[in-house]
Design a protein around this ligand. Structure first.
Ligand SMILES: Nc1ncnc2c1ncn2[C@@H]1O[C@H](COP(=O)(O)OP(=O)(O)O)[C@@H](O)[C@H]1O
Ligand SMILES: [Mg+2]
Length: 374
């Protein structure tokens, strides 16, 4: 998948922008606060119809304006044109059109433009709380499987309903049974898909980690849920039915649903030890990069389109050696967007084989630029 042209209107600090892109690596540089992340945010927004910085679309509108829009001209890996327009106005809300047709459900579009983002907050993936890891997995799976996304949306809907009922203190047996049946059905599908995916992803992360660290380490990811793995081949659906019913009276006390896939976690292991408790800063970084590279390879395997890669300002966090190794693992990458404040970053990627293009950002303006010669 390749983004050929990006147009912005009243997006963040960009009143207007119209930028051509091509294949290979795009290095976007400028000072802090110039508008670099906003460009990646716009591309991400087009692909996932959401920002990675805010869940409130209003925040994306340029000061005092009433609406914004983001437009992308893509070429699919099969050579087909895909024109995506995503707009939001305070008055009429959000609207997505693809090739001139208004989308009824945004969820049907997710995955059409596969995307992988690595930004500084991701460096916490292996040491932070479970929410970040679930989010990582949900975004990955939502892009690779429309069935998964369907179950996830339905699960979250039922969860909200059950939580309202728990908090209300009403002991409506029939309603409980109905939301719990929905939670069990969608929950079992979600967990099954997550387990399968983690098995594949775990191998990919192991390979990536060993290559990055030049050592043969035992790296593994384990999916952790309330239903032990041993019941595999057993009946996940029946297990969840029993679990939700069993916990109900306790959860009425707490007013919220405390078991189920929305509370599950991923355990990251290096040589049998959880990274959260044992890994050094360097090992955390290597693990997260391996995880993100695995996300890229997984999507590529599942999808007919090569994902677009977004690297936001991570090069201050990583040494030149890791950057080079990381880029080497992406030997035949499609399209990459990299933001940086550091001119010296150019030197680090100099001998990188893919075509490299430079852009300069200054106060909400982006312009293509020739690389500096020295
Ligand atoms: N809705 C908005 N309207 C106008 N300016 C905004 C809006 N949201 C963020 N900004 C500003 O846009 C600027 C660019 O932000 P960002 O893209 O994160 O910069 P960079 O990544 O280059 O450091 C920041 O100064 C920020 O305060
Ligand atoms: Mg930034």
């Amino acid at each position: 998948m390749q983004l050929e042209r990006l147009r912005l209107l009243n997006f963040r600090n960009y009143p207007e922008a119209d930028i051509p892109f091509s294949n290979g690596v795009h290095i976007i540089h400028g000072e802090n606060g110039a508008g670099k992340t906003s460009i990646l945010e716009a591309i991400y927004y087009l692909a996932l119809t959401k920002s990675f910085r805010t869940s409130t679309d209003k925040h994306l509108i340029l000061n005092q304006e009433k609406m914004f829009s983001v437009q992308g001209d893509f070429i699919t890996s099969q050579g087909q044109a895909l024109h995506v327009v995503l707009g939001y106005s305070k008055e009429s809300g959000k609207r997505l059109t693809t090739n001139g047709q208004k989308a009824q459900k945004f969820s049907e579009f997710i995955g059409e433009v596969p995307i992988v983002l690595l930004h500084p907050a991701d460096l916490n993936l292996s040491q932070g709380g479970p929410q970040q890891r679930r989010r990582f997995l949900d975004i990955l799976l939502s892009q690779s499987s429309k069935v998964y996304l369907h179950h996830l949306i339905q699960y979250n809907r039922s969860l909200k309903q059950r939580n309202q009922l728990l908090a209300s203190g009403m002991a409506d047996e029939a309603l409980f049974a109905s939301w719990e049946e929905n939670l069990s059905t969608h929950g079992a599908m979600i967990v099954q898909k997550r387990r399968e995916t983690i098995e594949r992803l775990s191998d990919m992360v192991k390979n990536g980690y060993c290559e990055l660290s030049n050592r043969d380490e035992k790296v593994k990811i384990v999916y952790q849920s309330n239903i032990p793995e041993e019941t595999e081949g057993g009946d996940l659906l029946a297990e969840y039915r029993a679990l939700f019913a069993k916990k109900r009276s306790r959860e009425i006390e707490y007013g919220t649903t405390m078991v189920g896939p929305h509370r599950d976690d991923l355990l990251f292991l290096i040589n049998g030890k959880p990274t959260r408790a044992y890994a050094s800063q360097g090992e955390h970084k290597t693990f997260v990069i391996a995880l993100k590279l695995a996300e890229y390879h997984f999507l590529r395997e599942q999808q007919s389109h090569t994902p677009i890669l977004l690297f936001d300002d991570i090069f201050g966090e990583l040494d030149a050696q890791r950057i080079r190794q990381m880029l080497e693992q992406l030997s035949d990458i499609g399209q990459v967007f990299v933001t940086t404040t550091s001119q010296s970053f150019f030197e680090k990627v100099q001998n990188f084989s893919a075509p490299t293009h430079y852009y300069r950002v200054k106060a909400g303006k982006i312009t293509p630029e020739m690389p500096e010669k020295n």
